[in-house]
Structure formats: C-alpha cells, structure tokens
Design a protein around this ligand. Structure first.
Ligand code: ZN
Ligand code: ZN
Ligand code: ZN
Length: 138
C-alpha cells in the first residue's frame, strides 16, 4: 500500500483521528475482507469501542474508501475499495483468494439487450464459493 493512510482520510474530507487511522491501518495490512469484530480484536490494545468501529465503517463505505464484500455470513465484511476484482471463498475454513479479469461487463451488455426494464448496468459484484485444496483433502 503506497498511498498514505492519512491522505486517504484527507482527500475524502475526514478529520484525522487516531481511531480512523488505526481502522484504516488494519484494512491496509490485511488483504482479505474483514468485519467489525475482526477490527475490534486487532485494536484490542487501543480499546476502540465496537460501536465506534461500526459507525466508522459506515462512514468509510459512504465515502467510497471501503466496499462491502458478500461473504454470505451474518456480519458485514469490507475491504479497501481498490482495483476491480472478485473473490473465491472456502465455505469450510474461510480462506479467501482474489481474482481479476471477470467477463461480467460483456454479460451485462447481453443482459441489457434482452431486458425490458433496464437501460443501464453500472456496477456488479461476484463472489464464488467452494472448497480450498486443503479442505478438499480432509
Ligand atoms: Zn478451506
Ligand atoms: Zn478483495
Ligand atoms: Zn468484475
């Protein structure tokens, strides 16, 4: 991560606080989608309130700094909104792998052609679920 964390806050109009910096730091050091509980655990020493984390995550999401990833779990997972990619998620151990190069833009065009109600598709999300090699062996 080359972009300075405090720069991300500044360019998005956030006041720089130690809590915001700490939360963003957790995101930039973990390349996998994470939830509020995970951040709370990582910031145990800093004693950050979980409610503050929830609020911060929502404001970061609204600013487009982070985006939701559908992990098909009860809690909401986020990751830094960076370059466009998707995930394969192991339903057994939760291992996450990213992949680029989806063909959904072409699919969207095809879908639009046959749609009676839509004239524009401007975003998509796609997560694949399966078993990793280790879990397949067990
Ligand atoms: Zn697995
Ligand atoms: Zn990702
Ligand atoms: Zn895509």
């Amino acid at each position: 991560m080359t972009r300075d964390i405090s720069d991300i806050l500044k360019t998005n109009g956030f006041k720089i606080t130690s809590t915001r910096l700490a939360i963003l730091k957790v995101f930039s050091s973990d390349c996998k989608p994470i939830n509020a509980e995970y951040i709370h655990d990582k910031l145990k020493k800093e004693k950050v309130n979980i409610v503050t984390i929830y609020r911060t995550l929502i404001s970061f999401e609204n600013a487009g700094i982070i985006k939701r990833v559908d992990m098909q779990k009860d809690s909401v997972y986020y990751e830094l909104a960076g370059h466009h990619h998707h995930h394969i998620i192991c339903t057994d151990c939760g291992m996450v792998e990213s992949f680029d190069g989806c063909d959904l833009d072409n699919l969207s065009k095809e879908v639009l052609k046959s749609s009676n109600n839509f004239s524009l598709i401007n975003k998509h999300s796609l997560e694949l679920f399966g078993l990793c090699k280790k879990c397949c062996k067990n």
